[in-house]
Write a protein that binds this ligand. Structure first.
Ligand SMILES: [Zn+2]
Length: 526
């Protein structure tokens, strides 16, 4: 009976939904936000500001209240770091002499963390995956003197450690661990088979400035470091005098093993010339007050990032990175859910937060989560949409983080009522739960989910893979790609039901006992 019902609903949903007013409204938002006129919505650009004004105007039309610190806006103070690569230099120094490295080709200096202001010459040490996790019996920093040294690390980590733990160790825990150990820099290597964006495409962004929050207290790295990523094809250069090879290390990593730490017996010498600029870019916050007198002082926060990567190096003659799926689609769904919620009036209040500078390191969401425009302890849940990829009929949903909190079962129940099956993340190694704006809320103790279409057939997996390889962070994520609004509006119906379920539940959501993320819980209500 249950199987038959599921089959029937799957058949219904596999036919593209007929176009109607809901589809037209969703598509109209995507068309405005991903239009060339928005210039790819880079945080701080005139195009982003036009997109922010559009979202605020839509909130106003829906009758939402201003939920920012300045009307609908919450200005986020930011710093932009641009590199002067022609004036910068870098070389490997070893027994074989000095080998100059091509910046922008072999090595891409980082732009998010402030670069060391002075010239440096520092011994290199391979630090495995760079994971400081004594609680899990794994500490790549243990017993090493890193004072004045530059560490080389490979992303990822042993299979025995959970993805959440590894990602947390490489973000929130990583920079303080480097600082305590006295390291002055970090060179990051990627497993070429695990890279979302191939090196050839990463190189296109070598001259793109990076951003960070202006208040150092809100950044994980609180002081300057030399940072760079190294071409995987050239990585053997780093190991040439160590008696080991990058290929051997990759083989260990591929088997899920723990990596050794190695003296690389070479130094890295150079100077990276960088310039800072201070500016601000707004989050756009709409408030729907709750109907329940007791619950209305609590808030469900819906987020989607409004920014994308702007105008950058052209690919096939197109230089505008429109970000139609990443993430005009998410903003469009957020606005439309606001319309449905206005009619439904759930018990708790709902905040619709279009965040800035996600592409620059989850900056707008971090700022909102740390400096919310409502009392911090009153935020009960975050639901995030980032590139949820409505590329096929909405029959299966993945709620990243579902295993971690009571939001997971709630979402599965809401989905099942709509004939949609909730399935686990099919690519846990990509660590998506800690890679978008929900993580900013998780870090302040707020249970969260990131919602996505699940690829449930080989064809859908192929579509997803092709999309990530060809269009993700490329100018071709634009309005010329095939977009079926019916897939998105089916998702919107689930989204609205889920928000209602969270906002009407008598109890606020909680972390599952034993969840890794429970560690942040104490912050709630502080
Ligand atoms: Zn995105």
């Amino acid at each position: 009976m249950r199987f038959a019902a599921l089959l029937a609903s799957a058949l219904t949903l596999s036919v593209p939904a007929a176009a109607g007013p809901a589809e037209d409204r969703w598509m109209a938002h995507v068309k405005v936000l991903a239009d060339d006129d928005m210039e790819g919505r880079l945080a701080g650009s005139a195009g982003y500001d036009r997109a922010a004004a559009y979202v605020a105007a839509e909130y106003r039309k829906l009758g939402l209240l201003p939920g920012g610190s300045n009307g609908f806006y919450q200005p986020v103070p930011l710093k932009e770091q641009s590199l002067d690569l022609p004036a910068s230099r870098l070389a490997l120094v070893g027994a074989a002499g000095e080998l100059p490295l091509a910046l922008g080709e072999q090595v891409l200096p980082g732009t998010r963390v402030p670069q060391l202001p002075e010239a440096f010459e520092a011994p290199l040490v391979f630090l495995g995956n760079g994971l400081h996790l004594p609680e899990a019996g794994h500490d790549d920093f243990a017993g090493l003197d890193l004072k004045g040294r530059i560490v080389v690390t490979l992303g990822g980590g042993p299979r025995a450690l959970s993805g959440a733990l590894k990602s947390h160790a490489r973000s929130a825990e990583f920079w303080p661990a480097l600082e305590r150990a006295g390291a002055i820099g970090v060179v990051t290597l990627a497993d070429p088979r695990q890279m979302d964006i191939p090196w050839e495409r990463q190189k296109l962004f070598a001259a793109t400035p990076g951003m960070r929050l202006a208040d150092p207290a809100l950044n994980d790295a609180k002081r300057p470091f030399f940072t760079a990523s190294f071409s995987p094809a050239e990585a053997e250069l780093l190991f040439r005098e160590s008696g080991h090879s990058f290929a051997d290390l990759l083989a260990i990593a591929d088997k899920g093993g723990a990596l050794p730490r190695l003296e690389l017996k070479q130094k890295l010498k150079g100077r990276i010339v960088a310039h800072d600029r201070a500016f601000s870019s707004p989050n756009v916050v709409g408030l729907l007050p709750g109907r329940d007198p007791k619950l209305k002082g609590e808030y469900v926060v819906l987020t989607a990032h409004l920014d994308h990567i702007g105008v950058d190096r052209p690919v096939k003659g197109d230089a505008i990175y429109n970000g139609a799926m990443d993430n005009a689609s998410g903003i469009a769904s957020m606005i439309e859910s606001g319309r449905a919620l206005k009619a439904a009036r759930p018990g708790r209040s709902v905040l619709l937060v279009a965040v800035t500078a996600e592409e620059k390191g989850l900056l707008g969401s971090r700022y909102f989560a740390e400096r919310p425009t409502v009392p911090a302890g009153a935020i009960v849940a975050n639901l995030n949409m980032d590139m949820y990829l409505p590329l096929w009929p909405f029959t299966h949903v993945t709620a990243l983080g579902a295993e971690e909190s009571t939001l997971g079962p709630l979402s599965a129940e809401v989905a099942a009522k709509l004939g949609v099956m909730q399935v686990p993340d099919d690519a846990p190694e990509r660590n998506l739960f800690v890679r978008s704006d929900q993580y900013s809320f998780v870090r302040t103790g707020v249970p969260a989910l990131a919602l996505k279409f699940a690829a449930s057939t080989p064809e859908q997996q192929a579509i997803q893979k092709a999309w990530l390889t060809e269009r993700y962070h490329a100018p071709s994520d634009d309005l010329k790609q095939p977009i079926e609004p019916g897939y998105a509006t089916a998702f919107n119906r689930y989204l609205v039901k889920l928000i209602e379920a969270v906002a009407n539940a008598p109890e606020r959501p909680g972390w599952r006992e034993g969840s890794f993320f429970q560690r942040f819980e104490r912050k709630v209500g502080e």
